[in-house]
Design a protein around this ligand. Structure first.
Ligand code: ATP
Length: 381
């Protein structure tokens, strides 16, 4: 789930003087009494792949449709490149939208599908031909120009839809679940293609997805949505490593969540006593909460170490348990470890050494779990 792109790209959102390319300003969208988008303010910068991530019905498609101009916000405004486009119809905005269904014309060839928008704009024939060829090459579909959509695989149809969305050179491309129709392997491959194409063209992408791995791979930044609100905006690393609420911690990746109470509260560390753990977490960051407040500690399965020997130290950040389940997934193994109070803890360990040999930890073995104080995150809501 590593995203390396953000490390070698500029981060305009950190520059208070940078002008956002898209500004969503206090946007609310109601359908009757139902609030689908609830007072969202968000800045997206030029050249980003910004992912709106959330569960079904959280309002992400509605927000995308408001940006495209297919829905009028009940309140608030949308700005693109410094221009208020709230009242502007979709076709006048420098925006294109790629729909979940791809919406290709079944009776047209690949070439005709991609050329359609340019023909409607009555561009010179020569220019249309050149731009269509250029786009089909970019998405590696030039050999399939004469085929019709039903003669293509799902991944090929996706690439044609992408070519058709990009051929008019929009400044902003909105993609609604662009890879949902593809199987896992093709989806992973296409994610990298999408990144390459976006980098080649420098277009700003806003991608709606409910798939957190997809968001982690594609995004420069992610906006996590829940019940019509954006609950956290950050780079994939920030969202994964520093979730600000239980919802975000739980939604992104898998996590062990422990309820506890704050027994020591210093600027650079806290200690949390947790009955569920049957022990104490020492966490290497400060928290703003009252003494003895109820807090939650989120601990990722891959950050827990399993051993037969009791770990050294003063007793914080370690607990004894018994291995209840082991699942071998090839690249990693998942251990479910039962603590004394009955609580199960999920631990993942990479399978660096080939399975079959060695003295491996097995079912019903007593083990110790331990972790570094930089691993857990404390959230207060
Ligand atoms: P999904 O991943 O399932 O597509 P989503 O996050 O994209 O979900 P939206 O399509 O934005 O969700 O819908 C948000 C909420 O608004 C849903 O409860 C939906 O039923 C409601 N909604 C969307 N469009 C309309 C509409 N035209 N009329 C009434 N309710 C609507």
């Amino acid at each position: 789930m590593a995203n390396t792109r953000q490390d070698d790209r500029s981060e305009p959102w950190k520059d208070p003087g940078a002008m956002p390319y898209v500004r969503i300003d206090k946007v609310t969208k109601k359908f009757g009494d139902f609030v689908a988008v609830d007072d969202i303010t968000l800045n997206i910068y030029r050249g980003e792949i910004f992912c709106l991530l959330g569960g079904s019905g959280c309002g992400k498609t509605t927000l995308l449709r408001v940006m495209a101009g297919f829905e009028t916000p009940t309140a608030g405004s949308i700005w693109i490149d410094g221009v208020d486009v709230t009242a502007m119809p979709p076709y006048e905005r420098p925006v294109n939208m790629m729909f979940q269904s791809y919406a290709l014309f079944p009776h047209m060839t690949v070439e005709q599908n991609v050329a359609f928008g340019l023909r409607q704009d009555k561009l010179p024939k020569q220019e249309i031909t050149e731009r269509v060829i250029e786009m089909l090459k970019l998405v590696r579909m030039n050999q399939f120009a004469a085929r019709r959509p039903h003669q293509l695989s799902g991944g090929q149809r996706q690439r044609v839809a992408l070519a058709r969305s990009l051929v008019k050179r929009p400044k902003l491309l909105l993609l609604d679940e662009p890879l949902a129709a593809l199987d896992k392997k093709l989806r992973e491959h296409t994610q990298f293609e999408l990144i390459n194409i976006q980098e080649t063209l420098g277009v700003t992408f806003v991608v709606v997805t409910h798939d957190q791995e997809e968001a982690m791979t594609l995004a420069s930044r992610i906006g996590v949505m829940n019940h019509g609100e954006i609950v956290q905006v950050g780079t994939p690393t920030e969202i994964y490593e520093y979730p600000v609420t239980r919802f975000v911690a739980d939604f992104i990746g898998s996590v062990n969540m422990f309820e506890g109470s704050l027994i020591e509260d210093e600027p650079d560390y806290v200690r949390v006593e947790s009955a569920e753990l049957g022990g104490i977490f020492h966490v290497g960051h400060g928290v703003s909460a009252a003494p003895n407040a109820t807090v939650w500690v989120a601990l990722r399965p891959e950050k827990i170490h399993v051993s037969r020997e009791r770990p050294e130290g003063n007793g914080d950040n370690r607990v004894a348990g018994v291995v209840a389940e082991i699942a071998y997934l090839g690249d990693q193994s998942i251990y479910l470890v039962r603590l004394a109070g009955g609580r199960m803890v999920r631990v993942t360990q990479p399978n660096i050494v080939r399975q079959g040999g060695g003295d491996r930890i097995t079912w019903e073995e007593p083990v110790w779990l331990s972790w570094d104080s930089s691993s857990p995150v404390v959230v207060t809501q």
